[in-house]
Design a protein around this ligand. Structure first.
Ligand code: 1GP
Length: 257
């Protein structure tokens, strides 16, 4: 099975290049909105597009992926809320195993159902240990997954969970406070998890300012994911990319000197 995208993510992580993913929830945008985001994504060189949602009520997802594939020059990665969100038109899919929870359907059940479809799809499969972190409110993903998120102030639980995910062979860890979280995952927890694993770390949920994003990157996130804040204000993409670029420049100038 191909792993070109994973190698790129891993290479960037190993070399300390911070990356940015913009999450597009197909329920929250229309055609014009996707095109507007795509222009900014191309102009400011976002690294990845994630698309999907905990619960999708419209039938825009496949059109959304089609528009993105025609307009952006970067990988379009499905971030699925359930097996109905598998679309062969994308480049890859985060095959999420919800390792912070104890719901067997989200640890293995849905994967069994989706496996034959995924096999035929041609999508690059990115096996991902998905960890929900408490964020000050019940997010859609917490409700829909019927699981208890890791308490906000328990970095030890988060780090042991991530280690177990890596030992089980998962290729990425995604720590998510959930879309629209009141508070993002704490830098302390990110730092602890990053120090415990060697696979790339994705962090998202509730990131509303460039400072929030910078704190997550500095604490150890390889990929920061932003959804809501860019949906309501697409020009925020420019600010996020500039922050990423400044951090990458600073790190690499420091390493070279
Ligand atoms: C949610 O991590 C993503 O799963 C992004 O969250 O929409 O709050 O940015 P936001």
């Amino acid at each position: 099975m191909q792993d070109i995208l994973y190698q790129k993510i891993k290479h960037s992580s190993t070399n300390n290049f911070r990356q940015l993913a913009i999450l597009i929830d197909p329920d929250k945008v229309d055609e014009e909105g996707v095109i507007r985001i795509a222009e900014l994504v191309n102009h400011y060189r976002v690294d990845y597009i994630f698309t999907g949602g905990s619960l999708i009520t419209c039938d825009f997802m496949s059109t959304c992926i089609q528009i993105l594939k025609e307009t952006v020059h970067i990988p379009v990665i499905i971030f699925p809320g359930n097996p109905l969100q598998v679309h062969a038109g994308a480049d890859a899919i985060l095959l999420l195993s919800l390792i912070s929870g104890r719901n067997p359907e989200l640890l293995i059940g849905n994967h069994v159902i989706a496996a034959p479809v995924l096999k035929k799809s041609g999508l690059e499969i990115l096996p991902t240990g998905y960890m929900l972190v408490e964020s000050g409110r019940v997010t859609s993903v917490v409700y829909m997954s019927n699981t208890t998120p890791i308490p906000f102030d328990k970095p030890d639980i988060a780090s042991c969970t991530a280690m177990a995910g890596e030992m089980l062979g998962l290729k990425l860890i995604y720590m998510d406070a959930g879309s629209g979280a009141s508070i993002p995952v704490s830098p302390k927890m990110i730092k602890r998890v990053k120090a415990s694993i060697r696979i790339p770390l994705i962090v998202g949920g509730g990131i509303r300012t460039a400072i929030d994003a910078a704190k997550s990157w500095v604490a150890g996130a390889d990929i920061v994911v932003v959804g809501n804040a860019t949906e309501s204000e697409p020009s925020f993409i420019a600010e996020l990319c500039k922050t990423r670029d400044r951090l990458n420049e600073t790190t690499h100038v420091r390493y070279q000197s």
